[in-house]
Ligand binder design. Structure first.
Ligand code: CMC
Length: 433
């Protein structure tokens, strides 16, 4: 870890003893207090439930300023990337640290096309699941099962080349697996990958084509999908990325780590919110469309209801991803000629919330999940698939976070605690209790 060069230390007094703690300053002048020697010097640990003030690592992948609403990957703004790049290009950037030149990109693209097929036995796994199983549960299992098909991944000390092959395999197979989830849920025959197609077109073809009919890939869909995947590609040390890093810190294989990340993403407070947003908007519509009633419910501390797709741990300003998605939502629905009444409800809900002191004081704004589901739905994805699509977009970010952690040779993640339970007591045999 880089240490600050000036006399940059914090001083802490504990039990009459003063300790100096070095500061770590990031390239955007963020300041962290390095407490790695705190326990050795004082016997005390820090407590920060939910890690609201804890930097778990230094990282050079993503920069986020939640107060200003800034998001950059490897120095490039999310607005620039969403406007100009393809998802596969952004995946390369996030994982490798630089934008690929034409040759690097051609190689990356070819390698990924080469790995799109999955073992036929993977389809057998579906036979064990009851109809209607949630695809996020299936996705965790399928991604983890790749370690059975590629047992070389279990060796934590493989060469860099072998590690890169696992990374390319995973990126290549993710759309094939996600499309399988859609087809199996419908009971339709699978569509195999067509390696003549680019990453996103191939995914759309496997998902929406039927064996019985021709399917024309709509460029509007391709553009929308690319953009949505890019907007989800990484988000620094969030719940799922931290999960991937901590699981990986025990040298678990990459497939298992990503599977753990998918499990963390599933929750409605994280990526699962995109499904919940549409359920909420449908609920408002069914209830007559009065957004203010739901705002009142969200403000009521005795009601567990929260405005889904609103609020964020780090954004205390408009989530820049939500801003881009909101605009795309209008564009894409217009281009598709779709008039979805829940888009109007969503806009009304946003307007009402942003004018309400409860939301203003707490700096609660729409997040990435607020408008994304409306686009997914317009494209023909069922609601249960929305978080799966988030996972597909987040994959390069999880891989980059895992890779950075391993490249830095970080130690196993193992937090401390402050024990508040019973002190030593004698065992009482059952008859005497
Ligand atoms: N509706 C109503 N009140 C809210 C909401 C909401 N969506 N979000 C936060 N608050 C209130 C919360 O009750 C608390 O109020 P008070 O200070 O009076 O107790 C205050 O705002 C701060 O909230 P918090 O729960 O302490 O904030 P957090 O940083 O722990 O939680 C969050 C962040 C995203 C979990 C939360 O805002 C939330 O539950 N939002 C809805 C779920 C959602 O949309 N999640 C997707 C997040 S973005 C995609 C991703 O990357 O995961």
């Amino acid at each position: 870890m880089e240490k600050a060069t000036m006399s940059d230390t914090a001083r802490l007094e504990i039990n009459g003893q003063e300790v100096e703690l070095p500061l770590i300053v990031g390239s955007e002048n963020e300041v962290g207090i390095d407490i790695s020697q705190l326990r050795a010097k004082t016997g005390a640990v820090t407590v920060d439930v939910g890690f609201k003030n804890t930097g778990s690592t230094t990282s050079s992948i993503t920069y986020l300023d939640g107060e200003k609403g800034i998001l950059r990957h490897r120095g490039y703004s999310i607005e620039d990337l969403a406007e100009n790049a393809s998802f596969l290009e952004v995946a390369y950037l996030i994982i490798n640290g630089h934008l690929p030149n034409a040759e690097e990109y051609a190689d990356w693209d070819t390698q990924i096309r080469h790995h799109t097929l999955v073992n036929e036995d993977m389809a057998n796994i579906f036979k064990a699941w009851p109809t209607g199983s949630h695809p996020m549960g299936q996705l965790t299992a399928l991604i983890s099962s790749l370690s059975s098909f590629y047992p070389d991944s279990l060796d934590p000390h493989r060469s860099e080349d072998e590690q890169h092959r696992t990374i390319r395999r995973l990126i290549a197979k993710m759309p094939t697996i996600v499309a399988m989830l859609m087809k199996k849920a419908k009971g339709h025959p699978l569509i195999y990958p067509n390696n003549d197609l680019d990453y996103v077109s191939n995914f759309l073809n496997m998902t929406f084509k039927n064996v019985t009919e021709d399917y024309e890939i709509d460029p509007v869909f391709v553009e929308a999908m690319n953009k949505l995947l890019i907007l989800h590609a990484d988000h620094e040390q969030n719940c799922s990325a931290s999960t991937v890093r901590i699981v990986g810190s025990s040298h678990s294989n990459l497939y298992a780590c990503i599977s753990a990340g998918i499990a963390a993403l599933w929750g409605p407070l994280h990526g699962g919110a995109n499904q919940k947003v549409i359920e909420m908007l449908e609920g408002i519509k069914a209830d007559g469309g009065d957004a203010s009633k739901f705002i009142a419910k969200a403000k009521d501390k005795n009601d567990p209801f929260r405005l889904m797709g609103f609020g964020h741990r780090v954004y205390k300003n408009y989530d820049p991803r939500a801003r881009i998605i909101k605009k795309s939502c209008d564009d894409i629905l217009n281009k598709m000629g779709i008039n979805d009444p829940i888009l109007e409800i969503a806009k009304q809900l946003e307007e009402t919330a942003l004018a309400d002191p409860y939301f203003v004081e707490r700096k609660l704004f729409p997040n990435v999940d607020f408008y994304s589901g409306i686009i997914y739905r317009a494209m023909g994805f069922p609601m249960e698939m929305f978080t799966v699509l988030f996972a597909m977009g987040r994959l390069p970010g999880w891989i980059a976070q895992w890779k950075e952690m391993r490249d830095q040779n970080q130690p196993i993640g193992r937090p401390r605690q402050i024990y508040t339970g019973e002190t030593n007591r004698e065992f009482v045999i059952m008859e005497n209790r």
